[in-house]
Each structure stands twice: as C-alpha cells, then as structure tokens.
Design a protein around this ligand. Structure first.
Ligand code: NAG
Ligand code: NAG
Ligand code: NAG
Ligand code: NAG
Ligand code: NAG
Ligand code: NAG
Length: 397
C-alpha cells in the first residue's frame, strides 16, 4: 500500500502520510510506556520521512536466516527495563546472534498461539548457551503496551551443574534498511544472570508499528525485519595484587666484618645473604669505589637476594670500633643504583677510613652494618578453580 503511494511520487499523499505518522507517534508517546523521552521521539519522527523516501533501496541481507520457529514455555521471570539506556546507530553488525523474519506481520500472527513469543534456537556465547526471545504483539508480556519486547535467556543446564553468576553486557539491535544501519539500545550496566534469574530484556524496545509499517525504515523487502543481539560476557578479575609496607622488621640488623681490608683486590665483594623481615638480602661493597667514586670513596649497597624492586628505608653504617661514633647514611628510595639495589656510590671517603682516630679500620678490619626499617612489598593473587591462593610474593613498581 505504502510502496504504491511511493511509486506514484504523489507528494501530497507523502505529506499526508508524514502528518499521519507524526500524529501516530505522538499518540504512541502518550499511551504507551516509552523509555525514552519526547525529544528522542521527535528525532525519530524526523527520520521517518527520510525512511519513507528510502524504502526501496535495500536489497541487502544483513543477517543470515538461521532460525526456525520453536515452541517453548512462556516465561515468568520478566524484568522491566530500567532508565539507564543508551541509544546509538552503527554499521557494525550484532556480535552474537541475529533473527530475520521474512514477514514480521505473519510471524506475529503465528506466535499468538505460542504464548505470543518467538524463541530462537540456542546459540553459544562465552561458554553458555542462550536463546533470543522476541515478543511481536501488543501487551505481551503484559505492560509492554504497543512495543516489541526483546529478551535474552540463558540455558540453565550449565548453571544447574555449576551455580554461579554470569555478567553480560547486552545490546539489542534492529536493522534499519532505510539508513543501512543498526539501531541499538543498550543497558549501561552489565546484567547478572544466575540460576534464579535466567532471563533479561527490554519490555519496551521499539513500537510495534515501526516494524509493521515500512515507512519507518525497519521493515524492508516486503515486510522483513531483523533483530540482533550483542552479548559480551564480563568475567570478574582472576588475578590481583596487594601493595603494602612491611614495617616491624624481624632481625633488622646485619653486621658484615671484613678482615685484611687492605689486601682486598677485587672490584666488589658481596656478603653472605641474610634474612631480615622474612626476606633475603646482602650487602655489596666496592672497596675502591665505583663510577665517579672510583679511587675516592667506598661504595656500599643493600641488595635484594631475590632481585625484588620496591621502596626500602634503611641505614648503612661503618662501625667506629673505638668510640662507637659510627658513620651512617640513610637510604629511603626505590632501587636507585642500577644493578646495585639501594645505596651510595660515594659512601665514605678513603681519607676517613685511613684516619685511625675515627676507628673505622682497626687491625685492618672493617665492620659494616645495615639496619632495615621498612620495605614495600606486592603480593600477587590468583583465583582459579575457585580457591584463593597467592601465586608469588614480591615487589613490583
Ligand atoms: C550448548 O548446546 C549444545 C547443543 O544443544 C550442547 O552440545 C552444548 O553442550 C551446550 N553447551 C553448554 C555450555 O550448555
Ligand atoms: C531450566 O530451564 C527449563 C526450561 O527453560 C525450565 O523448565 C526449568 O525449570 C529450569 N530449571 C531450573 C532449575 O530453573
Ligand atoms: C659523574 O660526575 C659527572 C661530573 O661531576 C656527572 O656529570 C655525572 O652525572 C656523574 N656520574 C654519575 C654516575 O654520578
Ligand atoms: C639513592 O637514594 C638516596 C636517598 O634515599 C640518595 O642519597 C643516594 O645518593 C641515591 N643513590 C644513588 C646511587 O643515586
Ligand atoms: C681525623 O679525625 C679526627 C676526628 O674526627 C679529626 O679531628 C682529624 O682532623 C682527622 N684527621 C685528618 C687528617 O683528616
Ligand atoms: C688482629 O688480627 C689478627 C688476624 O687478622 C689477629 O690474630 C689479632 O689478634 C688481631 N689483633 C687485635 C688486637 O684484634
């Protein structure tokens, strides 16, 4: 009927038709329960004219026809649409499933005897089976008014054997042939499916008349209509880390005694490893200095035996073996000496070591000490097979 009008290029009747559409939309807005506001309706009205003029140019099949009618029990677990819905137009096709009705109007009549709904055959997304349910008739389910309702149902067989929550971001789409795009309506929050809530959807997707009347641009090729769905399973995190600061250090002090200091000829010496705060460490000394300190000062560092990298607060000392007037420098830093952990290139000038009245070198023995006050740590956790256990223990930046 409408396409005949179109062919005649009778602009008077086009105008009449548009006026009719506008009145109809306003009526729908008043009597149905729309989830979008009047502003959106005005936008829709604006595209109606455009849609009407572009009806004939759609030869494309946006989705493969996969479904055949199936019989299923009417559902009871309906969930009404919440307000937080975003609407968009896109060219990207649905990512999970599509149902094309060769004739929306014929399908709507046929499913009346089947609880008023069309249920797709099961399809698999994210390790679960789902079905896509379309209600094409007014007031089925009750409260839907003059709107098509779209629902997604999870196959409960997996949930029965392994009860858990399945979170899914869902977008319902319909193909608009007049613009060759998909119109989508997406809930902003991921939906939670579980054993006692196996179905979720939109009670008022779009007015039924949009799909009955080709003038709106959704019905094409003599009454075909396409509905699609995006399902993105949102898996909760399985790995995480906890960053903390270890403060009450057990065995905080380690002493390292170097005898025959004047005979040390290697570039560097590393102490035996020692445990402090439950972690293994070592001291590293360059008796002749390293870098800019070469030939000038002792270079001294604290190392992590397991190569951890975190924030460390510690004091490095050279013991005054005569008056206990020790020399010390505090480090409070992330590892700041490449390959050498935490410490100082120019730790103690040789002049001070040689000065016997300072008591650092007695009988050719040097006593070094470290006191660890705190260090940061990062614990890593993983939760697979539903048990929580730490997988490693260490620092990271
Ligand atoms: C999904 O359905 C198919 C066919 O019915 C079945 O073989 C498969 O095991 C199901 N998968 C799940 C996760 O339920
Ligand atoms: C699982 O789904 C079927 C059909 O959808 C339904 O008949 C059955 O009651 C459901 N089982 C549970 C435990 O919810
Ligand atoms: C060494 O000293 C020079 C000049 O004083 C300086 O530019 C350079 O950054 C120093 N290198 C190191 C590793 O401290
Ligand atoms: C490491 O950090 C300390 C301050 O915590 C600083 O005094 C020292 O010079 C730094 N060492 C190097 C090698 O940059
Ligand atoms: C040696 O150390 C003492 C005490 O710190 C100081 O008084 C004296 O000047 C130092 N001698 C030299 C040669 O640096
Ligand atoms: C000095 O060290 C030697 C061995 O290195 C030791 O035999 C001697 O007893 C030490 N003397 C003192 C006074 O500590």
């Amino acid at each position: 009927m409408f396409s005949e009008e179109k062919k005649s290029k009778n602009y008077g009747s086009i105008f009449l038709y548009c006026f009719f559409c506008f009145v109809l939309i306003v009526e729908v807005a008043r009597f149905a329960k729309p989830y979008y506001n009047l502003q959106n309706l005005m936008e829709t009205e604006a595209t109606v004219e455009e849609g009407f003029l572009a009806v004939e140019d759609s030869e494309k099949l946006p989705c493969r026809l996969l479904s055949r009618p199936s019989v299923s029990v009417p559902s009871q677990d309906q969930q009404k649409l919440s307000q937080a819905v975003t609407q968009e137009t896109r060219t990207r096709p649905p990512n999970s499933y599509c149902v094309k009705f060769q004739s929306f109007i014929t399908m709507a009549k046929q499913v009346k005897e089947n609880g008023g709904k069309y249920e797709s055959r099961p399809f698999s997304v994210g390790g679960y089976n789902w079905t896509f349910i379309i209600y094409p008739n007014s007031n089925i389910p009750s409260g839907s008014g003059g709107y098509v309702s779209l629902y997604l149902r999870i196959d409960n067989s997996t949930l029965i054997t392994n009860p858990k929550d399945v979170y899914a971001d869902i977008t319902f789409l319909t193909y608009k042939s007049s613009t060759d795009k998909y119109q989508s309506y997406q809930e902003t929050e991921a939906q939670r499916f579980h054993l006692f809530r196996q179905q979720w959807g939109q009670l008022t997707f779009l007015p039924i008349v949009y799909f009955e009347n080709p003038g709106y641009g959704y019905s094409f090729d003599g009454g075909s209509v396409v509905f699609g769905i995006d399902i993105n399973i949102v898996k909760p995190f399985e790995n995480w880390e906890v960053f903390s600061n270890e403060q009450n250090i057990r065995d905080p002090i380690f002493e390292w005694r170097l005898t025959k200091f004047s005979t040390l000829f290697h570039d560097s010496y590393t102490s035996d490893s020692f445990s402090s705060g439950g972690r293994n460490w070592a001291l590293k000394l360059y008796p002749n200095g390293v870098g800019n300190a070469t030939g000038n000062s002792l270079s001294l560092y604290l190392l992590s035996a397991s190569n951890e990298k975190g924030y460390v607060e510690a004091k490095l000392r050279v013991i005054d073996q005569i008056q206990s007037n020790h020399f010390e420098k505090k480090v409070a830093a992330w590892p700041n000496a490449t390959e050498n952990g935490w410490g100082f290139d120019r730790f103690l000038p040789f002049a001070d070591i040689k000065n016997t009245s300072k008591g650092y070198l007695v009988n050719d023995t040097l006593k070094l000490e470290v006191q660890i006050f705190s260090f940061s740590k990062t614990d890593f956790f993983s939760h697979q097979s539903s048990a929580f256990f730490p997988i490693s223990y260490g620092d990271s930046i």
